[in-house]
Design a protein around this ligand. Sequence first.
Ligand code: SAM
Length: 328
Amino acid sequence: MKLIDPSNRRLNYLRISITDRCNLRCQYCSPGNQIPILSHDEILSYEEILRLVRISVQLGISKIRITGGEPLVRKGVHGFIRELHQVDGICDVSLTTNGVLLKDNVDALIAAGLHRINISLDTLVPEKFKEITGVDAFDRVWEGIQKAHQAGLSPIKINTVVLRRFNDNELEDIARLSFTYPFHFRFIEYMPIGTSDRETADNLYTPEIKQMLTDRIGELIPIEHQIIDGPAERFRFAGAAGEVGFISAMSHHFCQTCNRLRLTASGQLRSCLLSDHQEDLKTPLRAGASDAVLSAIFLKAASMKGAQHGLTAGTLERVSGKMSSIGG
Ligand code: SAM
């Protein structure tokens, strides 16, 4: 049996949140101390996750992204990545990080087999970074990005969540970095998830961003979409070393190509980031369930995957799960 959902999408991509803890407190993601931190026992151990990964591979999963929370705050992440690479059938392992601890981890990540990385960065202004994240760490993140680049991680994707009156005055500067660096700068529409303090009026959608960048910088030349790009639309400015891309979960549903499942830090399997439905894997896993029983839970999660998420541009609805524990 393979993970094929009712819309006939083949699910081969598992995003794994290895911790709900984060060393930043981004205003729109984990403001203040609102995030209840799961106790150590509530979080799946690496051994437990690896067992679930081996089961999922039998069902067709071949790509893994490690996320969180902030995955680099969890001890043992390098060893975990090494073990993931050794699972027969896993052909791609990547990591999403806020970059704060990246500089000191790059060498170990590469030694563990990591080839590519996504780094979240919403501003180029150090004071604003501190204001958004609660931590004065812009320089550390930038040094981490440079070190990852020098060490040969490629592609380096820089993910920027875009909001009006937040960082819309910086999008041009960020996009212009693609002339200097061979990175993929990707602008991500904000999604109404969890405890964020953001109003719908702050949302800024891809068509407006594209128009702004075209007016100020020049034509966005499309790059042919490859399967590894996921939902990102890719472009390049003439003469640029890198790319700009757009991930438009709200203004342009890309659900028809969604091939993902998500395993939360607490062992819940979610078939859609923007739906609260989840299947509990942890309880049966810890009660000694067989591989067959756990496989059946994966298949049930796939069978519950909606044709498309219910949120649209301008929506007032929210998804109650927290991005920091579901894993972005
Ligand atoms: N700590 C890691 C990081 O910063 O990349 C991984 C987890 S973080 C939750 C993953 C990504 O989700 C970040 O790029 C973050 O900006 C993004 N994110 C958080 N809340 C979001 C929201 N409501 N809409 C869109 N992206 C969001």
